[in-house]
Every structure is written in C-alpha cells, then in structure tokens.
Design a protein around this ligand. Structure first.
Ligand SMILES: Nc1ncnc2c1ncn2[C@@H]1O[C@H](COP(=O)(O)OP(=O)(O)OP(=O)(O)O)[C@@H](O)[C@H]1O
Length: 287
C-alpha cells in the first residue's frame, strides 16, 4: 500500500518518539564543510561474495576522519561482512571474493601487495564477545607493540599505560597489570580489548556489536568511551541497538539484503529518512 504524506509524517513522528538523540553538540569537525576533507575509508562499487553467495553488493560510501559511523540493518543484511572487509578479516573464510574498490587512507585494501599485519594494525577491531588472550593485562596490551618491534621495557610500559588510559580502564587495573585478563569482568575485558586495539596506534577502529554481551552499565561505559575516542579515531560500529546508533554516531548507514539503502546524518536517518525501506526499519515495521 502506498504511503500517504499524512501516514508518512505520523510514522516519522513515531520514529522520533522511538529514538531519542543524545544532547551533545555536533563537533566542529562534523560540519558539512569539514566533511569535504579526505575520507579515511572510501568504498566504490565494493562487493564481497562467499562463493556464489552475496555478502554485500555494490557498496559506495565515504567515511570521514574523527567521527563515529554506525551500520544498521536487519539480520543477514551484510553489516558484519562490510565491517570485516575493511581490515580483510573475511580473508580467513574460504572462497571469499571481493570486487570493486575499498580504500583506507587512499590505499586499496584488496591490492595484492597489501600487508595484512600492517592493515590490521592500522584498522583495529573489537568483536561482539570480549576476546582477551589468556595472558596478563599487560601482555594483552603489549602484544601488538611487541609485534611492531617495540622491545624496550619503558617504551612498552608507556604504551600500555597510555592505551589503558585511553580505554578508560587504567584506574581499575593499574595496580594489577600482571593479573590474568580473564579474571576481569565482561565490561572490563571489552575495554581491555579496546586498549589492545589502540596500542598499535590505529587510524580506524571497527566495532562489531561491542556491547551485545554486556549489561546496561558496562554498555554505558563503552558508549561514553566511544564518545571520547571519536576525537582521535575514525570509528565504525555495527549495532542492532538503534538507541545506541542514535547516541553514539554522527552518521548512519542502513543496509538491507546486502545493499546500502541510505547513508546520512544519523538524525536524518532516524527522523526523516529518504527511503521507505529505511523508514520501515527505523520505525520497527520490519527487521
Ligand atoms: N562465512 C560465511 N559463509 C557464507 N555466507 C556467509 C558467511 N558469513 C555471512 N554470510 C552470509 O552473508 C550475508 C551477510 O551476512 P552478515 O553476517 O554480514 O550479516 P549481518 O547483517 O552482520 O547479520 P547479523 O546482524 O545477523 O549479524 C548473509 O546472507 C550471510 O548468510
């Protein structure tokens, strides 16, 4: 049934009621003029196939520095596939094939010469379930810098402290750095995993439903942390939680059936989307 202007407006009002925005000012760098600066991530006609099956199809979008971009959409629409394409985590799956262009800082991620270790240090990732190594807190965070060749004890100590501070967990663990990371709570483990990702000084931080295994208090701490990190890092977050997308991201991309349907300011996506599919999703009519 076609949507009338009145019903469409009513639906939009519903959307406004369902998703409230954090009352935080839009930083200077998020103004449209600033968005003319070079994107950190640029995808142009990018597709990824699992054998004959499409993961994502013909994705064209640009993600700007020092911002949070959320990827939303129904289950199986390709959110994780696109996120994991950015640092080639999908390479671990047999018969994966990429087409089109996907660049990070002007470098073609799928170029044959791409060094995957360097790429993953530049593009860090945090997963749904916290996955610390069965090592001490210190060794978890020092892992990446050691791989990068940092050997001096004072240098390692410095980077571990800075990373734990940046991940807002230093005060809780500073007297216990030799304790096993597995002894931390789930929320602390997730912040430790963020510290581990930050320790290699990445440009981009990918987060795949980073709060889905956490309680509301731990979730709030991760969301606060995302707010603090966005002034330094380019963050892309996959979330099923639309309130969360509204709270943490300036821009939101709505995916459906492997395609990018709409990409805009988060506020616009939730309050006045261009596409009916987006509107149906954000108002809870499907998905
Ligand atoms: N390893 C795989 N092998 C084959 N097909 C896969 C694989 N991983 C994902 N797919 C398919 O690719 C499509 C996109 O999946 P993806 O996991 O990216 O979706 P999603 O939006 O992240 O889903 P969810 O919200 O449920 O996590 C789906 O059709 C899925 O079945």
């Amino acid at each position: 049934m076609p949507t009338t202007a009145a019903s469409s407006e009513a639906t939009r009002s519903d959307a406004r009621m369902r998703v409230t925005f954090a009352n935080r000012p839009v930083p200077e760098s998020k103004t449209p003029a600033a968005e003319c600066s070079c994107p950190v991530i640029r995808s142009n006609g990018f597709s990824l196939y699992y054998g004959a099956k499409i993961g994502v199809k013909d994705i064209t979008m640009e993600i700007y520095p020092c911002s949070v971009t959320s990827i939303i959409g129904p289950s199986g629409c390709g959110k994780s596939t696109f996120l994991r394409s950015i640092n080639r985590m999908n390479d671990l799956i047999p018969h994966v094939r990429a087409e089109g262009l996907l660049e990070v800082d002007g470098q073609n991620v799928y170029d044959k010469r791409t060094n995957l270790v360097n790429l993953r240090q530049q593009v860090g990732m945090v997963f749904q379930k916290p996955n610390p190594f069965p090592k001490s807190i210190f060794d978890n965070v020092a892992y990446g810098p050691r791989l990068q060749g940092v050997k001096r004890k004072d240098a390692l100590q410095h980077v571990v402290e800075q990373s734990l501070k940046a991940a807002a967990i230093w005060d809780e663990v500073k007297d216990d750095l030799r304790k096993s990371a597995l002894a931390l709570s789930g929320g602390q483990q997730q912040r430790l995993c963020i510290a581990r990702a930050l320790a290699t000084r990445p440009r981009v931080l990918l987060m795949d439903e980073p709060c889905s295994a956490l309680d509301p208090i731990a979730t709030g701490r991760i969301e606060d942390l995302i707010g603090q990190l966005q002034s330094t890092y380019t963050i892309v977050i996959v979330t099923h939680n639309m309130q969360q997308a509204a709270r943490v991201s300036e821009r939101a991309a709505f995916f459906c059936l492997g395609e990018l349907i709409e990409y805009d300011r988060t506020e616009k996506i939730f309050s006045n989307p261009e596409m009916k599919q987006t509107e149906d999703y954000v108002t809870g009519r499907f998905g």
